[in-house]
Design a protein around this ligand. Structure first.
Ligand code: SF4
Length: 282
């Protein structure tokens, strides 16, 4: 019987805790201002890269007051190696100026005010509110989106906001912040997008994606690759051309042009070519 989302979440988080004993942000920071700047810089960039540029940046501009006096062109050289340095220089200068002008020199501590800062979207605001100010937030980035859907805590949630809503229903409020870091770190190091390392994952006994992978037909070693690139396991024909069919999960699959079956094998490897639904933020 399918596990309810809450029970699935409880088991998954318990398993992830055994793998990630200290779930916290990997962005180096010493105060809310540095965290805010680091999170803005980390949009579509790695934390590792951001941590390489922030020491020199924070030495020159240690607080909002110092950074608010800088022009974007002066900030640019410090962050040229992160993604979108032109836009991010403007966002950093603009955010520091707004913090001085509208928030008394302090990073605001709630989400509706944080999102007013240039370069701060809902996700960035939630990370800052959660990590710097201990607010209840569960920001969904590409890792959280993929891992939550793969584990089956969320059910085919199509957008980050849908994932956030389902996660908040499935996970107790006091665990949101920890869950956010557990899911991110698991997605970054184990449940990676292209090739999840399921063999070393403690969450696999209850993972929906892993369960579906294991339901794929066994590899065949009786196929003759000279007869065609593909073999239909249902009608027994060899084929070189396939057609497309959408399965009940909405995943586009290859299908046999003769019998319409999706039970197809690559004759070179003998492996099933059936796709297990996977999850990426579009
Ligand atoms: S079993 Fe595999 S797919 Fe499932 S959470 Fe672990 S690494 Fe990800």
């Amino acid at each position: 019987m399918a596990l309810p989302a809450r029970e699935r979440a409880r088991r998954a988080l318990a398993a992830l805790r055994t793998m990630i004993p200290s779930p916290q942000t990997e962005l180096s920071h010493t105060d809310p201002f540095e965290l805010l700047i680091a999170v803005i810089l980390s949009a579509q960039c790695t934390d590792e890269r951001v941590n390489m540029v922030t020491p020199a940046l924070f030495e020159t501009y240690p607080d909002a007051s110092a950074m608010s006096k800088a022009e974007p062109e002066e900030i640019f050289p410090f962050i040229r190696s992160v993604t979108y340095p032109n836009n991010k220089s403007k966002h950093l200068a603009g955010s520091a100026a707004m913090i001085m002008r509208d928030f008394g020199g302090k990073v605001p501590d709630d989400i509706p005010e944080l999102v007013k800062l240039p370069g701060v979207g809902r996700k960035t605001a939630q990370v800052v509110a959660s990590v710097a100010f201990n607010r209840d937030a569960l920001p969904v980035d590409t890792h959280v989106f993929r891992v939550a859907n793969r584990l089956g805590i969320t059910s085919h949630a199509p957008t980050p906001i849908a994932v956030e809503k389902q996660l908040k229903r499935a996970i107790p409020k006091e665990e949101w912040s920890e869950a956010h870091h557990l899911l991110i770190l698991h997605g970054r190091y184990t449940c990676i997008a292209r090739r999840p390392d399921c063999s070393s994952c403690a969450a696999k006994p209850d993972c929906l994606y892993f369960e579906r992978l294991n339901k794929l037909p066994a590899t065949r070693n009786d196929l003759d690759r000279r007869k065609g690139k593909y073999h239909c396991g249902t009608c027994g024909r060899y084929l070189s051309v396939l057609k497309e069919r959408t399965d009940r999960y909405g995943t586009v699959q290859a299908a046999c042009t003769s019998c319409n079956s999706m039970n197809l094998f690559d004759t070179n490897s003998g492996k099933s070519i059936k796709r297990v639904p996977d999850f990426r933020v579009n």
